[in-house]
Ligand binder design. Structure first.
Ligand code: ARG
Length: 294
């Protein structure tokens, strides 16, 4: 597996070198790749003359098209790991997982010539699933964060998020300062969880499985507040009577897709596709569709 990726990487490097203008490198990339497991094509393999001055194919192609060479867990499929209790980024509409991340992933897959498959899992399982090759990418309103960077790489960011505090309408918590000594509900393994742990101590935290259960705990009076990302907070407050979001912002962060440290090919391909989707306004369109500006 590793070898395959390494070979693919060398091929990508060779390809991009070729694309950088040296007209000597007219052979397909593999032919100039030194020391890979596959025997380089020999001079006698001249059955079909390669076409003069070949540019990389312009059509998306998992085997080295406009987005370079990359591998996916399942051929022809982009497998996305997420935790679909996080509206408007990912949530269920009937049987289907929809939302900002689902729509962005759909466009990314389309660009790369892949079929999208979404796997719903606990948020805490996403990074491991990326690392162990169960999924190609984690896309889950996931914040780029130093701890996670020890285990995975992140693509460029596609959105920003803000940690906010949800309380009951009649709560005596009015700002971040009032959180001291309160029981704080968080989604287990999220950045909100780790900030609160650092600032208020684990003993003051009730870590729930996901955003929906954390908000349920608040509704049921099991916690005094919930620290969660702003857009999900807005969705949950809309869906539940008697809750409000405090004006104070707790922390601002960047969302990106998590990919394996062993798959820079995929990271580069996703970044190239993301760049196009940002430039042509598609990402903004999706964000605007789900996020109402005040
Ligand atoms: N942005 C926060 C983090 O990365 C929360 C993300 C939770 N996402 C989800 N799909 N449940 O830790």
């Amino acid at each position: 597996m590793k070898k395959l990726i390494a070979a693919a990487l060398i091929a990508v490097m060779t390809l991009s070198l070729a694309a950088c203008g040296s007209k000597e490198a007219e052979e397909p990339a593999t032919a100039t790749t030194p020391d890979t497991e596959t025997a380089p094509e020999t001079e006698t393999d001249k059955e079909e003359e390669p076409q003069e001055n070949q540019e990389p194919a312009a059509t998306p192609d998992a085997d080295g098209g406009a987005y370079g060479e990359f591998t996916t867990v399942t051929d022809g499929v982009l497998t996305m790991g997420t935790n679909a209790a996080f509206p408007p980024y990912e949530f269920y509409e009937g049987e289907n997982i929809v939302g900002i991340d689902a729509e962005i992933a759909e466009l990314l897959a389309e660009k790369l010539g892949l079929k999208l498959e979404i796997v719903d899992m606990d948020f805490t399982a996403i990074i491991t699933s990326v690392q162990t090759g169960k999924v190609d990418m984690g896309l889950a309103g996931m914040t780029v964060d130093e701890e996670r960077l020890k285990n995975v790489n992140f693509t460029d960011s596609y959105a920003t998020g803000v940690q906010v505090i949800i309380v009951k309408e009649d709560s005596d918590i009015q700002s971040v300062e009032d959180l001291k000594g309160k029981l704080i509900g968080v989604q287990e393994g999220t950045t909100g969880h780790s900030y609160c742990k650092d600032d208020y101590g684990e003993e003051n935290i009730n870590a729930l499985t996901n955003g929906a259960t954390a908000v349920q705990a608040l509704v049921n009076g099991k916690v005094d507040c919930v620290v969660i990302d702003e857009q999900p907070a807005i969705s949950f407050v809309e869906a539940n009577e008697g809750l409000k979001i405090l004006e104070t912002e707790y922390v601002v962060e960047d969302y990106a897709a998590a990919v394996s440290k062993d798959n820079d090919g995929l990271k580069d391909a996703l970044n190239a596709a993301l760049k196009e989707l940002k430039e042509d306004g598609s990402i903004q369109e999706i964000l605007d569709k789900y996020i109402k500006s005040e």
